[in-house]
Unconditional design. Sequence first.
Length: 98
Amino acid sequence: MDNARTILRTAQQHYATIMVGPPPGADAEQNLRTRRLSRLFAEVAENEGIPFLDIFDQLAEDTVWMSEVTEGDGAHPGAAGYARLAALVDAWPSWWFR
């Protein structure tokens, strides 16, 4: 969390800054840790006044994301999965590129 805080503070000094949380993968045990990590990142971002997009639960429930991650290397989807992630970011009110 210290590293995330340092990165966010440094970025915020130079750029408009947001933080997007980590996505789920195919491993259920790892996903327990990743969900917890996402919540900790959200706290750090909030404390730094930086918008945070938690994508974990939405993608964990997305059949396209999860099937592509599972069929691939366990962490990375194909193009359709990344399109789902991009749609979440694009629909987020804190996203400034429209």
